[in-house]
Design a protein around this ligand. Structure first.
Ligand SMILES: *Cc1c(COP(=O)(O)O)cnc(C)c1O
Length: 361
């Protein structure tokens, strides 16, 4: 019999052995407001139509030209600039991993503001690249002098800027962003603008991207309404995209995922209306939170709201006991002490969440 512990100790990297697996909270039977999912399900009509399309696919074949159709549809949907390339990932999580892989040159590193999206640091760690986290200011703005100092000192391969940021939900100051993009360009590095929350955001970097040749723009269909489908995409100067695309597993986009995404883009109006509803509900939720004693809520350009309460664990547990699942981010970073992240749901879901939200108890 093989001794599995000995086998693991010998062959699995020590840093992986010490890692905790990414924890997905069990949400069975709960009102799920923890993961920035679109709360609107597909209508029965659209379900039936999609079912027919999926049933007719040649699942015995490797994914083929439907994936190219999806790339073309996304190019049009996102208005990708002339001369720019677009590549697909199995969620933008995969794109983030691929970027770490292709940028793994000796001395390479990845830099991002903190608190931020965990995959930036995780992709660096898994690839054996140095990760440099630079704290935001206490009001979650970019700390420009600290960012500039860190970029000059470490000369990172990639600077990630989430626009808007997760979990703070805000858009950072455009002048600070531009100063960082320019400095990172001067020192010969890349910038990745991560626009996962673009459907709910008042701004995009898309029209500014073409001023630079070292900026990539990443988006996903997850927050749009297809979190279960796993489609992320990244645009950038054609030559740069071609290099990153070489590291992509050849059939990373399943034919089912491609067909689902094409179907959703054909019904983009339905999803746009949902995004509009979510933005309106975000306003309602923010207004209600502003009335609550002891609660601080930050402004949001995403489908989530970051709040600080007197005792995050107590409030989280209270919600959970009433069947409402949110995300307790208070242990993620010292700056997020007693903070909770609420995903914006439907009007009815938000009312239920607010009724169960008792920060002062
Ligand atoms: C959710 C999220 C992503 C990744 O989503 P995928 O589902 O992997 O496409 C990327 N960046 C940020 C900032 C996110 O919040």
């Amino acid at each position: 019999m093989t001794d599995l512990s000995a086998l693991i100790a010998k062959h699995i990297r020590q840093d992986i052995q010490s890692m905790h697996a990414y924890a997905v909270q069990d949400s069975t039977g709960m009102l799920k407001l923890d993961a920035m999912e679109n709360p609107h399900a597909l209508s029965p009509d659209l379900q039936a139509e999609l079912g027919k399309r999926l049933g007719a696919l040649a699942i015995n074949r490797y994914p083929g030209s439907r994936v190219d159709d999806l790339k073309a549809a996304l190019r049009e949907y996102a208005k990708v600039p002339e001369g720019y390339g677009l590549m697909l990932g199995n969620g933008s999580d995969e794109l983030i991993s691929l970027l770490a892989m292709v940028c793994d040159v000796p001395g390479g590193s990845i830099l991002a503001p903190l608190p931020g999206f965990v995959m930036y640091a995780m992709s660096a760690q898994l690839q054996g690249l140095k990760f440099i986290g630079v704290d935001l200011t206490p009001d979650f703005e970019l700390d420009l002098p600290s960012m500039q100092a860190a970029i000059s000192l470490h000369r990172p391969s990639i600077v990630y800027l989430a626009y808007p940021n997760n979990p703070t939900a805000n858009l950072w100051d455009d002048a600070a962003i531009e100063a960082i993009v320019e400095l990172q360009g001067e020192q010969g590095g890349l910038v990745v603008m991560d626009e996962a929350y673009q459907p709910f955001s008042s701004k995009t970097y898309l029209d500014r991207m073409t001023r630079h040749h070292h900026v990539l723009l990443m988006r996903t269909l997850s927050k749009f309404g297809l979190a279960g489908v796993r489609i992320g995409y990244m645009m950038g100067p054609e030559k740069l995209i071609q290099e990153v695309d070489k590291a992509r597993p050849p059939y990373n986009i399943s034919i089912l995922n491609a067909e689902c995404a094409l179907f959703a883009l054909e019904h983009a109006d339905v999803f746009a209306a949902q995004a509009q509803d979510i933005q309106a509900q975000r306003g309602v939720l923010l207004a209600a939170l502003a009335q609550m004693a002891g609660v601080k809520a930050w402004k949001s350009d995403a489908n989530m709201i970051l709040v600080r309460v007197p005792d995050a664990q107590k409030t989280f547990d209270g919600l959970k006991a009433q069947g409402v699942l949110i995300k307790n981010v208070s242990k993620m970073h010292p700056m997020l002490a007693n903070c909770l992240r609420l995903t914006v749901g439907t009007a009815a879901e938000n009312s239920r969440m607010l009724a169960a939200f008792t920060p002062s108890l």
